[in-house]
Write a protein that binds this ligand. Structure first.
Ligand SMILES: *Cc1c(COP(=O)(O)O)cnc(C)c1O
Length: 373
């Protein structure tokens, strides 16, 4: 039985009729840009997150870039971010003209290591971008504490963490800005590219909203140099169909993760060979990925073994950002990041999407049990 890493049709086609109706409604309205669907989507998702301002944008990447632009981060400024994350986190910093300062991660949570953040703050530090990697919130209290009183802003990269919580607060609402993505593989998967920027700061929201459309207010009178970071009304209309089901999608992932934790955790001797992801109850996990750490240099071997069993898996991420060719000029500043390097060698994400069937979960568990035997 094949178990793909992700399968979108079951989730999307369950809503086929409503999706087609939403498409048709936008088609006939001819309102394709910043129309009523855009406003309704922003209102509904803002309510779901519990945030005052939700700004629909063209991608998760653009949400981060827009946040940096709204905070006026520019050449010479330093922005601290983890090395073990998706490229966009740091790519946006460089596109804003600033210097990414890479920090190490915590091996147990995969998230930013606050002690390394503390070591790397300088008078030029303008922002920190904690990433809520794989769906679990980074430890925000120490980050907020480090930023306090130094004029350092916080942009939460919540691309993988819509609906995750930190001590009861929603991911994305703790820092100055939160960025989300609706790339199809994210927990709220769209039908193409799109994203969201959120904030509880009215002044920042106004700036970001202007910058989303070339910094113009009123139209054709430009206060700032922005760009086109808009999300299509069509995309908004389609995602509004999925939004009421989001809680169920999350529950499905959480239940799959619990099942894995229980069944994989009880395989004899697994702990010396494979480390299971740890869930901190204070950091409400939404399981965008269920990520194993395979010890003894056997990660690629496990991946191959799973391929032979028709089980999908993926290495998120094989090269930490401080080792990327395009960031070579920032490597010295980063120094040694042993945990990021180690994670890049050990991680392997296995299927956890909500529509997995019981037999598929059991197939994955049986394959891993055989591998560690
Ligand atoms: C997906 C992702 C992004 C970028 O989102 P896009 O919508 O693909 O541009 C940024 N950061 C992280 C951590 C991501 O996983």
């Amino acid at each position: 039985m094949a178990v793909p890493l992700l399968e979108l049709n079951t989730q999307n086609l369950a809503l086929e009729g409503e999706l087609k109706a939403a498409f048709e409604s936008v088609l006939k309205s001819s309102q394709f840009i910043l129309g009523p669907e855009n406003r309704a989507f922003e209102k509904e998702i803002g309510t779901m997150i519990g945030v005052q301002h939700a700004i629909a944008v063209s991608s998760g990447t653009d949400a981060i870039l827009l946040a940096l632009m709204a905070l006026d981060i520019k050449a010479g400024d330093e922005v601290i971010c983890p090395s073990f994350t998706f490229f966009a986190t740091a790519g946006c910093v460089v596109r804003a003209g600033a210097i990414p300062v890479f920090v190490d991660s915590d091996a147990a949570s995969f998230n930013i290591d606050p002690d390394d953040v503390a070591r790397k703050i300088t008078t030029k530090t303008r922002a920190i971008i904690p990433v809520h990697l794989f769906g679990q919130c980074a430890g925000m209290d120490p980050i907020v504490e480090l930023a306090r009183g130094k004029g350092i802003r916080i942009i939460e990269d919540g691309a993988q963490a819509l609906g995750a919580t930190y001590k009861g607060r929603q991911a994305g609402t703790i820092g100055d800005f939160g960025a989300f993505s609706f790339f199809p593989s994210k927990n709220l998967g769209g039908f193409g590219d799109s994203g969201l920027l959120v904030t509880n700061d009215g002044v920042l929201a106004e700036r970001a909203t202007l910058l989303r459309t070339h910094g113009a207010k009123p139209k054709y009178y430009h206060k700032f140099v922005g760009a086109n970071f808009r999300m299509d009304d069509l995309q908004c209309a389609l995602l509004r169909v999925k939004l009421p089901h989001y809680g169920d999608y999350t529950k499905g992932r959480q239940s799959n993760a619990r099942y894995y934790a229980e069944k994989l955790g009880s395989i004899a001797g697994i702990g010396s060979k494979i480390l299971l992801p740890k869930e901190n109850p204070d950091h409400g996990h939404i399981w965008n990925q269920f990520t194993l750490r395979v010890r003894d240099g056997r990660r690629d071997e496990l991946k191959e073994f799973l391929v032979s069993r028709q089980i999908g898996s993926e290495i998120y991420y094989p090269v930490p950002l401080h080792r990327q060719e395009c960031f070579v000029e920032f490597r010295k500043r980063a120094g040694d990041l042993p945990v990021a390097d180690q994670l890049a060698q050990e991680v392997l994400s296995i299927p956890v999407y909500p529509e997995l069937r019981q037999e598929q979960l059991d197939e994955v568990i049986a394959a891993i049990a055989e591998f560690v035997k």
